[in-house]
Ligand binder design. Structure first.
Ligand SMILES: Cc1cc2nc3c(=O)[nH]c(=O)nc-3n(C[C@H](O)[C@H](O)[C@H](O)COP(=O)(O)O)c2cc1C
Length: 185
């Protein structure tokens, strides 16, 4: 009888704790979402490799293709990596167009968002090198989001493997991400 009462009491408080809104800092600590903009799959490969490295550091991560997304993807989460290539005349890839346009149109307040950028491009396109990543970066900043670290910009004409460059880049980025998280806690 006594134990039943204790159990009920504990359960009551556990359920109350679950109902409480999770503070921004706690959400920042919990999960990283990698949004992928790609035409021919390179950015997806890079995102998957980066996700493995993030997991290995004990941070939960989700890789989400940008297809069909709108600005609502930034609600309820606070830490993002934008991993996107560039097409056309410095455009974001087709699967990123709707998300980009919705952010431009609805102008949500993204002050709670922290993000990093992995931009894929080719310096042969000298006037628009990595504009996909750069345009997302400028747009998120204009909406109040704060970038962690410098963007990674991969040049397909350089002969380096983008996944390898990204794996080297993500380690110091995660150090900064963790430092921000600990500072906020
Ligand atoms: C038709 C076409 C247009 C491109 N336009 C640009 C560009 O304007 N700027 C740039 O930096 N890279 C440009 N690129 C290079 C791609 O962004 C780069 O190859 C990237 O790694 C492709 O990644 P993805 O497979 O994830 O789409 C272009 C590539 C193609 C095929």
């Amino acid at each position: 009888m006594y134990y039943n009462a204790c159990l009920k009491h504990d359960l009551h408080y556990m359920l109350r704790a679950l109902e409480r809104p999770v503070p921004r800092e706690a959400r920042l600590a919990q999960r990283l979402t990698i949004l992928v903009g790609t035409m021919t799959g390179t950015a997806q490969l890079v995102a998957d490799e980066v996700a493995d490295a993030v997991k290995a550091r004990g941070i939960a991560v989700e890789v989400v293709p940008m297809d069909g997304l709108d600005a609502a993807v930034f609600e309820g989460e606070s830490a993002f990596l934008l991993c996107t290539s560039t097409y056309g005349q410095g455009d974001v890839p087709d699967n990123a167009q709707a998300l980009f346009a919705d952010l431009e149109r609805t102008k949500p307040d993204l002050a709670q968002i922290r993000y990093g950028v992995i931009g894929l491009g080719d310096r042969t396109y000298a006037q628009t090198f990595c504009f996909g990543g750069k345009r997302f970066d400028a747009l998120l900043q204009s909406l109040g989001a704060r970038r962690i670290g410098e963007p990674m910009l991969h040049d397909a004409s350089a002969g380096t493997i983008p996944e390898e460059v990204a794996i080297d880049w993500i380690e110091p980025w995660l150090d900064r991400f963790r430092a921000e998280r600990d500072q906020a806690a």
